[in-house]
Design a protein around this ligand. Structure first.
Ligand SMILES: O=C(O)COP(=O)(O)O
Ligand SMILES: [Mg+2]
Length: 230
């Protein structure tokens, strides 16, 4: 049971907690192959992996100069998501050091939560298959809420479900401007991970700190950030 007074560490999922790009790229390449196109290398697809299936398909078709109207997009999305769910944890793994960092944070009394623009069901299936779901007080997806990140309500809803609040203390850890902007608008400190999919310059500038290695995500760092709230 989440404690009502615990501070909450909120993780973004894709590109922050889990490196999901290989399985997302495989789902994209399956769709491209089915439509008679060649495949894209992981390095090409990786920067788009944090923006969801629709963005990945849009970019792949734009690279080929092939138009993708809405009915084609909806059919491609169905194919993408069907393949993706069936292969969701084939190659996706937690980033190095994050599980050890979560152990230390939980041990120190922090509540952990996930706030992702992935669909809640997919996020839950992925974390279930990786054996990580039980660590989180809530897994709050894009379709769990009326307004997804960068809207601050996504963070507020995540905190509410986790038994926390802005007043009780919260930190958002993410890899994109959507994460950092949501944290900023909710009035909580943020950590931008350097190794994610979309570390844009404005997110880097706006984040409370940038993290290059999960070994540095310690309870001491979290307490320091909470002591200097924005
Ligand atoms: O699937 C997306 O659009 C991005 O997911 P994320 O918020 O976990 O990075
Ligand atoms: Mg992300």
């Amino acid at each position: 049971m989440p404690s009502p007074t615990a501070a909450t560490i909120i993780f973004d999922l894709d590109g922050t907690l889990i490196d999901t790009a290989p399985d997302l790229a495989a789902a994209l390449n399956y769709c491209l192959g089915e439509a008679g196109h060649g495949t894209d290398a992981l390095a090409v697809v990786r920067p788009e992996a944090g923006h969801g299936a629709r963005a990945m398909l849009t970019a792949a078709y734009a690279r080929r100069g092939v138009p993708l109207d809405e009915p084609m997009m909806l059919a491609a999305l169905d194919r993408f998501l069907g393949y993706y769910e069936a292969h969701i944890a084939d190659a996706s793994r937690p980033y190095p050091g994050v599980v050890t960092a979560m152990d230390a944070l939980t041990e120190a009394g922090f509540e952990l939560a996930v706030c992702t623009n992935k669909r809640e069901r997919l996020a839950t299936v992925l974390l279930d298959q990786l054996g990580l779901s039980a660590r989180f007080a809530t897994i709050c997806g894009a379709d769990t809420v009326a307004h997804r990140k960068p809207h601050p309500d996504h963070i507020r809803e995540t905190l509410g479900r986790a038994g926390g609040s802005v007043a009780a203390g919260a930190i958002m850890i993410g890899d994109s401007a959507a994460d950092i902007d949501a944290a900023d608008a909710a009035g909580i400190p943020s950590i931008l991970v350097d190794f994610g999919y979309a570390p844009e310059a404005d997110a880097r500038a706006k984040a409370s700190i940038t993290l290059a290695d999960y070994r540095d995500l310690t309870p001491k760092l979290a307490w320091r950030l909470l002591a200097h709230r924005p």
